[in-house]
Design a protein around this ligand. Structure first.
Ligand SMILES: [Zn+2]
Length: 580
């Protein structure tokens, strides 16, 4: 992918964006020597294992293995592909990407995207005109009945797709777009016989707009007749369902400092109309990690429908956000099925009250447990108690746990003491499970596993130091060949390090390796970041080199022993004695 842009341009963009600066916008970093540490933004953790090196301009998480340069970081943190991440960083540094993008392929892709954005905009205008025309009367009535003002309809660009087969197609053709592009963008469908027709027919149309203001797709709600209630644009070069949230472009600017995640387009629109413009929704999919990541840094109110499916979706969302340690609250809609219905009945102020009364996830789960239980029925009560104990055992904060236990005690009439004893039982069971798991792990590695891990670490340490210091390279490189390394990736890194020094060191070695080993950024950062802030580099490098040689020797010896090759064994032992 990097080939779309010239190496020089990529280097310029990378060096204009200091990795510590960039990461600091996402992670609270603490300095330790020339490197920095923090809690990984890509997996859930309490103790920091996420390292950023100012010297190497790399990051690596020793917890989940994420790693790379500032480009990979932005790709992961913002959910962008390589060209978009590069554009993001170029924008930030005020570097103008050349018109030709440095490569024809990228330029083509970029142009096609721009063409689809323009076409989608024209389609949205067409849908809007259609809604305002006599043909749109039924749709307008429907929207009015659902309580939407003309202002709201205009603000969201809501329109109508005509009920014929080619209204949009003809319109776009007149505007100069070709059929292939319409099919690619999902506005039209091509039948097996090659016949092209409008995808959305007789539907109220909701444009889906990304945070940069581009229309990337549409959601269409059927007015009457057969067909699915909602239909969405298929994924395309501009539209990745799992990475977009409906109305995020507006909610991002709400200034409220939090988001409200609701289920449907109509919920979002009703809330916005009521002045609560922090609402967003998934676009016809169950919440994905990428979608959650878009809003996870701010507090999030989960506001799902109060039916069974809604409750399940809410649980799922809570699990996903847990990974990002998002401050979560669950809004319970006491009256009416969803936010839309509630707002219509009670208005925006009443909804603001609901937000104030929103519960923590644990409170909410506890309420759900108690909701369907007949406390006079002993069996049901015992079953509920078991579930509650599991819920409580997951709370690591003792004070928090006490509070919830007291609450359950008050509501259920079970004594806090009995609840506590149930929780302890669950905890003991969990600990037993963990211990046996650990044991299995240890047993698994004694069969040769631990040794090779030691070798891997020593190799990585040596390579990391060679990449960092030419002195280390000059002193130790001759003692090794790529065959000295046990892992393929280490062999490659060694070869590239040699090339780097032999070819006259153009730029930083870490950058050179990143470029030379595109696609292996994660593995590379694992190696390069293994050693940091060493006091005596030559001593450290010497120790790693000796460790590698030792492991090679031990493995040879072991092999000779298992094969009963006495001659080789004595030769090996003799050579060892000579060196010592
Ligand atoms: Zn991590």
């Amino acid at each position: 992918m990097a080939a779309f842009y010239s190496d020089e341009l990529v280097s310029e963009i990378v060096s204009a964006n200091d990795i510590v600066d960039i990461v600091s916008a996402y992670v609270r970093l603490k300095r330790s020597g020339s490197s920095f540490m923090g809690c990984c933004p890509f997996h859930r953790e309490k103790t920091p294992s996420f390292h950023v090196s100012a010297d190497k301009q790399l990051y690596h998480c020793f917890g989940c293995g994420a790693g790379g340069s500032v480009i990979q970081f932005i790709m992961n943190a913002e959910g962008l592909d390589f060209p978009d991440a590069l554009r993001f960083l170029a924008d930030r540094a005020g570097i103008r990407l050349p018109e030709d993008g440095g490569g024809a392929l990228n330029e083509q892709r970029h142009n096609r995207k721009q063409r689809i954005y323009a076409m989608n905009r024209d389609a949205a205008r067409f849908f809007r005109e259609c809604l305002l025309s006599p043909e749109g009367e039924t749709a307008q009535k429907y929207l009015t009945k659902r309580g939407l003002s003309g202002k709201t309809i205009a603000a969201f660009g809501i329109g109508l797709s005509p009920s014929g087969w080619d209204g949009l197609l003809k319109h776009l053709q007149k505007k100069g777009y070709d059929r292939a592009l319409m099919v690619e963008a999902g506005l039209c469908i091509q039948s097996e016989k090659g016949h092209t027709y409008d995808r959305f027919r007789g539907r109220v149309m909701f444009p889906i707009i990304d945070v940069r203001g581009n229309i990337i797709g549409f959601g269409g709600r059927i007015l009457d007749g057969d067909g699915a209630k909602y239909m969405n644009s298929p994924e395309s070069i501009v539209y990745d369902k799992g990475k977009n949230l409906f109305a995020l472009n507006i909610a991002k600017k709400s200034g409220r400092g939090y988001y409200i995640l609701v289920e449907g387009y109509m919920d979002v629109i009703s809330l916005h109309q009521a002045g609560i413009n922090a609402a967003v929704a998934g676009c016809g999919t169950a919440l994905t990690r990428e979608q959650a990541r878009l809003i996870a840094k701010s507090p999030v109110y989960l506001c799902y429908d109060s039916d069974e499916a809604g409750m399940k979706a809410c649980e799922r969302a809570a699990e996903i956000f847990k990974e990002f340690e998002t401050k979560l609250r669950v809004v319970t809609i006491s009256d009416g099925k969803d936010a839309d219905e509630f707002i219509k009945k009670h208005g925006g102020e009443a909804f603001e009250e609901l937000l104030k009364k929103a519960k923590t996830v644990t409170e909410h789960r506890l309420d759900m447990l108690l909701r369907d239980v007949d406390l006079n029925d002993a069996t049901e009560k015992i079953e509920m108690m078991g579930k509650a104990a599991k819920l409580f055992s997951g709370i690591s904060n003792a004070v928090e746990r006490e509070i919830y236990i007291a609450r359950l005690a008050a509501k259920s009439g079970i004594s806090a003491q009995s609840i506590n004893s149930e929780v302890r039982k669950v905890n003991a069971k969990n600990i037993r499970k963990e211990v046996s798991g650990e044991l299995r792990k240890t047993v698994g590695t004694t069969q040769g596993g631990q040794k090779s891990k030691r070798r891997t670490m020593a190799e990585a340490g040596l390579l990391s130091m060679m990449a960092e210091s030419e002195k280390v390279y000059l002193k130790f490189a001759d003692e090794f060949t790529s065959d000295s390394f046990s892992e393929d990736i280490h062999k490659q890194i060694f070869d590239h390090i040699c090339t780097y020094y032999k070819d006259g060191k153009d730029g930083r070695c870490a950058d050179f390796l990143m470029k030379a080993m595109t696609g292996n950024e994660k593995e590379l950062s694992t190696v390069l970041m293994v050693v940091q802030n060493v006091d005596n580099e030559m001593q450290a490098a010497h120790d790693f080199a000796e460790a590698v040689k030792n492991e090679i020797f031990n493995e040879k010896l072991q092999k000779a022993q298992s094969e009963g090759d006495i001659a080789l064994i004595s030769e090996l032992l003799k050579s060892k004695k000579q060196k010592a």
